[in-house]
Design a binder for this molecule. Structure first.
Ligand SMILES: C[S@@+](CC[C@H](N)C(=O)[O-])C[C@H]1O[C@@H](n2cnc3c(N)ncnc32)[C@H](O)[C@@H]1O
Length: 254
């Protein structure tokens, strides 16, 4: 792995974020975004079920056969997906990478340190919740950019990401990085709404057959492709939600 630039409260930084980048990052600016991500991804009983379960249902068909794999989630947020993989593959080394220190700090405290963590979503009509988890000792979190991963070439068996692709500055560079770090038999699973922030990204990546061409040009072979996976993301305790129509694909290297 690339050397750590510095550590902040147990989170290794593999990318030197400038003060301007911290300022521009909404996940640093609004602690509310971190609380919301934690609430959506760890307080299943508030919502009746885990709202992102459809992602797991799509993805699990493509998980590694080998129990001691290297598994990486990029843009892991508060870490639910990579923590579920670390639980399912206790002999594997699992990494969650994100660009937001605030997300990583929450994820590390909750999943790795096993700290009792309070989710205060009361201003959205949801009761305050304190909860803790058994610490996962095969899981690590680090700060890095999807477009410049700190991992060795051909080091990962599985790379996953959700709700990341459409908000990257350079999704093609990130795909190339995912390709680079995957082992020759490795699998990549991507789940993304098409909710691009830039007009030029709509032009390059929409409709989704353009993404399929880019994915193949990067060197991947498509295993599974679905353009209409629906995720209902809760917004509050009153049943308001955002409905995301997601593109999902699983591809293998080579
Ligand atoms: C919408 S959240 C999704 C979090 C989680 N994957 C989920 O499905 O809820 C997007 C996440 O991607 C992270 N992110 C944005 N740009 C990134 C980049 N260039 N590299 C790594 N992570 C990034 C953000 O900090 C944020 O945690």
């Amino acid at each position: 792995m690339r050397p750590v630039i510095h550590n902040r409260n147990g989170i290794p930084f593999y990318y030197q974020k400038t003060p301007m980048e911290f300022k521009q990052d909404i996940y640093e600016r609004y602690h509310e975004m971190v609380v919301r991500n934690a609430a959506v991804h760890t307080a299943d009983h508030w919502w009746g079920k885990y709202p992102f379960q459809a992602i797991f249902d799509f993805a699990e068909n493509h998980y590694p056969k080998s129990i001691d794999s290297n598994i990486l989630e990029i843009g892991c947020g508060t870490g639910r997906w990579i923590a579920s993989l670390a639980t399912q593959y206790p002999k594997s080394t699992c990494w969650g990478i994100d660009y937001s220190y605030q997300m990583l700090k929450w994820a590390n405290d909750y999943w790795v340190k096993g700290k009792e963590t309070t989710i205060d979503f009361a201003d959205r009509g949801v009761p305050k919740l304190s909860q803790k988890q058994e610490p996962l000792n095969n899981l690590k979190f680090g700060l890095a950019k999807a477009e410049k991963l700190p991992f060795e070439e051909k080091s990962q068996n599985l790379v996953v990401n959700s709700f990341l692709f459409d908000r990257l500055e350079n999704p093609i560079k990130a795909l190339e990085e995912m390709y680079r770090v995957l082992k020759p038999t490795g699998t990549l699973i991507v789940i993304t709404p098409l909710n691009f922030k830039k007009a030029r990204h709509w032009k390059i990546f929409y409709p989704p057959n353009k993404i399929s061409t880019i994915v193949k040009d990067t060197g991947f072979t498509i295993l599974d492709w679905k353009e209409d996976l629906i995720i209902n993301e809760p917004l509050d305790g009153h049943g308001n939600l955002i409905r995301w129509k997601c593109l999902c694909f699983a591809v293998k290297k080579g």
